[in-house]
Structure formats: structure tokens, C-alpha cells
Design a protein around this ligand. Sequence first.
Ligand code: ADP
Ligand code: MG
Length: 330
Amino acid sequence: MLRKSLIFGYCLPFLVTAGCISQTHADWLKQSQDLMGTRVNIELWSNKPDQASNCSDRVFTEMHRIDALMSPYKTDSEISAINRQAAQQAVPVSAELFRLIRKSIQFSDLSAGAFDITFASIGFQYNYRTHKKPDEKTINQQLKTINYKNLVLHNQTIKFAMPGMSIDLGGIAKGYAVDRAIDILQQCGITQALVSAGGDSRLLGDKQGRPWMIGIQHPRKKQAIALSIPLSHTAISTSGDYERFFISDKKRIHHIINPQTGKSATNSWSATVIGPDATSTDALSTSLFILGAKKGLELINTLDNMDAIIIDANGEIFYSSGLENPAEPG
Ligand code: ADP
Ligand code: MG
């Protein structure tokens, strides 16, 4: 993991490039699929092409399985069953989903409630494609249904302590899927790989003896990279207000909801977290985005092996104490 060094500049969006299934190099296998509402990319190094393609197939199968389990948009997912029934009764769930919901609650506690999967009761009323948002009255009436403390977890069942609640794992599930992907690649004997799902990436090993160069999207310039970082053997997640949004009354309405207001969080343009696993960096990047630079970095500086870069709502860049504060981009 990189510490105390950053490389800056406006360079080409490097490796997390969309593309169709292709084998671009004798020993690097690159594959992409649209999954979990985003683009999933896998790059792996292997000198056995059959083995490489078999491993990558297994990874995509696993990611489809996780999507089917956790998507709130699929009516037969476990999450949808919880959202339909948990206000009336304790809903039995798989051990896997129970664990991830429990983990989400740990991140809620850690972030003083910024990360909260019950944001969904109001979150589901936004539609960024059709520019739909709830009105003030609806938000005020329903804000009380956002509170992770009203999730009752018991003996592998989930219950809502009040009616009107919903949950959505959109702030952690992609990171979890990336971690599962890396586990499978490791079981396959792969030692160098990159897996990314939208803003969540994890690197296995390095790139032929050199670090991977990971670009952080410029939050206000399309196709531009704000900075790039050499990294190996680590996870990195970015949450930004530029992925899914629309402008209404000169305000940017985007997909990261402040649980205290029921509205899009306003403290940051983007928050990036670097750490050992993508489940944690995913949940923490969403949390830090909401908390903003001051509180967000205070939090990250208390955690071992976690670093962060926050671009605040004025475009100013802030770094956690584990990262060097480098010179301005050249
Ligand atoms: P992306 O989905 O673009 O990778 P993030 O990791 O930041 O971005 O997650 C944003 C998603 O997290 C939203 O689309 C939504 O599903 C979920 N979310 C939004 N607000 C919150 C919140 N306060 N706590 C937990 N999850 C949230
Ligand atoms: Mg996230």
C-alpha cells in the first residue's frame, strides 16, 4: 500500500476504461460487464489463458449472484423481501446478507450515523434519470423513518421497529462484490489483478513489478483525472456527486443522501478512501462524502491502515495524515 507519496497531474483516464470483452495482451486478460448498475472491469495476469478466462467467468458468476441477492430493484432479491415484510414481522435472511447488514450498522456507528442503509425510505423517492425528487412535506413527514437504530437484528432475522422503513445496500454492496471477486481470483492462484465496480476497486499484487496507477476522477471536468496515485495490494473507493445527479432550482440533486436532512449531502464533491478491503473503503467513502473534509478526515485519521482524499464543495483537496500533502498539479 502506498503511503506518503502521490503523483499528480492531468493524465489520461488510465486503466478503468470501459470496453467490451476482449483479450488485449497475451498474458493480461481484460473483461468487462454491466452489473449492479455500473461497469465491472477485471484485469488479471496469468500465463495460462484457459485458467485466466475460467477464473474471470467464476468472478462474474459470483457478482451476478450478489446482485441477485442484494438489488433493491429485483423483486425476488432478499433485500426486496425485507423491504416488503420487515415492518410486519422478523424476516429470516441468509447468513451472508445478515453479516453485511451487521457490518453496515458498524459503519453507521463509526460515522455517527452518516452511513445509514435506512436512508432508502426517502432515497427510493429520488429518480436521477427522470429528475424526480420528494417535496419538502414528504421529506419532513418521513425523515423519522431514517434511523439505523430502528433495525432489529436477531437470530439471523431482520425487523423494522417502525412502519415506512426501507433499506438499500448501494453504499457497500459493490465494495463487497469486489472483495468476493478478489477472494475468488486468489483461490484461482492469481497473484496480480485489478477488479473495479464503478467507483470501487481493489488491486491484487502489483502490475508486473510496478504499482498500478489509479486515477481519481475530476469531480467537475468530464473525462479528466484530478490526480493519480500509485497503488498495489489495496482497495480504493471514490464517492462523488457527479455520477448520478440532476440540477433542480440551481441545486445538484445526487445519489448520496444525508440521513439528517433526507436530501443530497452538500459538504463534498468527492471522497476517496484507500484501505485493505473494498467493503470498508466503499462504506467509508460514502460516509466521508457526507461528513465532509473536517469531520471525515478526523474519523479516518483514527483508523489504522485507512487513508482518504476529500475534494470539498469549493474544489479544495484535503488529505489524511498518512498521505503526503503534495505540490499543486503541474
Ligand atoms: P456509487 O454507488 O456511485 O459507487 P457510493 O459508494 O458513494 O457511490 O454509494 C452511493 C450509494 O449509496 C447510493 O446510490 C445509495 O444507494 C447509497 N447511499 C446513499 N446515501 C447513503 C447513506 N447516507 N448511507 C448509506 N448508503 C447511502
Ligand atoms: Mg460507497
